[in-house]
Design a protein around this ligand. Structure first.
Ligand code: ADP
Ligand code: MG
Length: 449
């Protein structure tokens, strides 16, 4: 332990030089709503017009937003509703036609993917003291509770249903759209905004004609941003987020170009810019450069892959560990592993863990999934004398996989500690950072058998 004297001599570490790159990180977060939006004037006007009937005692038009991820769907609805609520707060004239509170409820339908879960959440957001069973009641029972709570609280709602395509929304949309004037008191409204990344959602037939005619939504398509628009979005955000002068001139155009290549995705461009800032700090430099963006790009790709890997079944993770282990053991002149090497290792680890051993066909299937996820590169090699096999290479840093995937699983962690020694988690430097980067692949067509 440090004595008092020693402590007195030390300068607080925060007083020492930290590279000052960011001045406000909050504005880079995905939830942040900027004061003005770039290149979305037409959409904003359409949405405003759709909601504005409520100002004269009418009902809002229901909306469906379709567009690829990062095209501003969430930020546009947040922006317009913020403006509306702000306007209503300022507007004190006597001819106001709204006499209810307005509540803004956002639900992610991937997480809450049944009608009952969605209604349950809406009820809780109106009044979190109400006790209702999570299961065991008919859907209609939950709807009735919802109408009750809306009427007793005399509240109007904007309900944002994000990722609507992740659930069967027919029953939900039908009932919500028919509630006004029938189930809820006069003067109250429910405005629905259904959001989807699927640009064909409304034309794919997932919503019944009967539901569509009741909902009668205004469909708004969010077109991809081009590189110029993305650059403007980034420049606008950078003014608030970064210390003046720290961004090299090439940085924003590069981040914008990457987002433009990826279906005009502003989220990707913003995240790249932010990560590049953190990379510069890690390198302890005072300026964000092009090379930091490139490093950030790799980091973001690996992180995205790690998120997907975390959701894979145990057998896949175990198999991946076998690949890593064999990869480390291979002769230096070997550029790839073969299915057989990995399978033998898999049998050994499975027996060690007293786990079921899957057959070669299943294992080949799992390898093909890992290939599809770009975690490994495993094309089938049919040239060989050894029959059909795969040429297996690792495509992301081993250390990232071990630190983020393997150590989270008790069984796999046991194996790692046996194989690489006890220090694996105490001293991660000991993990070999072997990693081979094959040509980059995208899309699903490659090597699936
Ligand atoms: P989506 O919901 O379509 O996936 P978001 O609305 O979440 O996309 O936008 C992704 C990111 O890009 C957010 O940080 C958002 O603030 C920002 N963004 C999107 N469009 C604009 C715009 N027109 N002007 C400023 N920022 C934007
Ligand atoms: Mg969104």
């Amino acid at each position: 332990m440090a004595s008092k004297g020693e402590k007195g001599n030390k300068t607080n570490i925060f007083k020492q030089d930290i590279p000052m790159i960011f001045k406000n990180l909050e504005v880079m977060s995905p939830q942040y709503v900027p004061d003005t939006l770039v290149a979305r004037d037409n959409v904003i006007t359409e949405v405003r017009n759709a909601l504005s009937p409520i100002l004269i005692g009418g009902y809002p038009r229901h909306l469906v937003f379709q567009g690829k991820s990062g095209t501003g769907k969430t930020v546009v609805i947040n922006y317009v509703v913020n403006q509306l609520l702000e306007y209503l707060k300022e507007e004190t004239t006597d001819d106001r036609k709204i006499n209810s509170d307005i509540l803004y409820v956002e639900i992610n339908c991937e997480e809450r993917n049944t009608t009952i879960r969605v209604i349950y959440d809406i009820i809780q957001k109106i009044d979190d003291t109400i006790e209702i069973p999570v299961v065991g009641m008919a859907t209609s029972w939950y709807f009735d509770r919802l109408w009750d709570v809306i009427n007793t609280h005399h509240v109007s709602l904007f309900i944002i249903l994000d990722e609507i395509d992740k659930m069967d929304a027919n029953n939900l949309l039908y009932n919500l759209s028919r509630a006004q004037n029938r189930k809820i008191d006069k003067g109250l409204f429910i405005g629905i905004v259904a959001i989807t990344n699927n640009t064909r959602y409304l034309t794919e037939g997932r919503i019944d004609a009967r539901v569509l005619s009741s909902l009668n939504p205004l469909s708004i398509v969010f077109s991809p941003y081009d590189a110029d628009m993305l650059r403007e979005i980034l420049e606008q955000r950078a003014v608030d987020a970064f210390v003046p002068g720290v961004l090299d001139d090439l940085v924003i155009p590069l981040c914008a170009a990457r987002g433009a290549n990826e279906h005009g995705d502003a989220r990707l461009s913003l995240s790249l810019l932010e990560t590049a800032g953190h990379v510069a700090i890690q390198h302890n430099v005072k300026k964000v450069l092009e090379e930091h963006v490139k490093e950030a790009e790799k980091k973001n790709e690996v992180n995205a892959m790690i998120d997907v890997l975390k959701k894979q079944p145990f057998q896949s993770k175990l198999l991946l560990l076998c690949v890593i282990y064999q990869w480390q053991l291979r002769e230096p002149e070997e550029n790839y592993l073969r299915t057989g090497d990995v399978y033998e290792q898999y049998k050994l680890f499975s027996m060690e863990l007293e786990k079921e051993v899957l057959g070669p066909t299943r294992i080949s299937g799992l390898l093909s999934e890992l290939d599809y996820l770009n975690v490994i590169d495993a094309p089938v090699d049919s040239s060989g004398e050894r029959g059909r096999t795969r040429k297996i290479m690792i495509s992301i840093p081993v250390r990232e996989i071990i630190e983020n995937i393997i150590v989270d699983d008790d069984l796999l962690r046991d194996i790692v500690e046996k194989v690489w020694g006890k220090t694996i988690t105490d001293n991660p430097i000991k993990i070999p950072n072997l990693y081979y980067s094959p040509k980059k692949k995208r899309g699903k067509q490659t090597h699936i058998h």
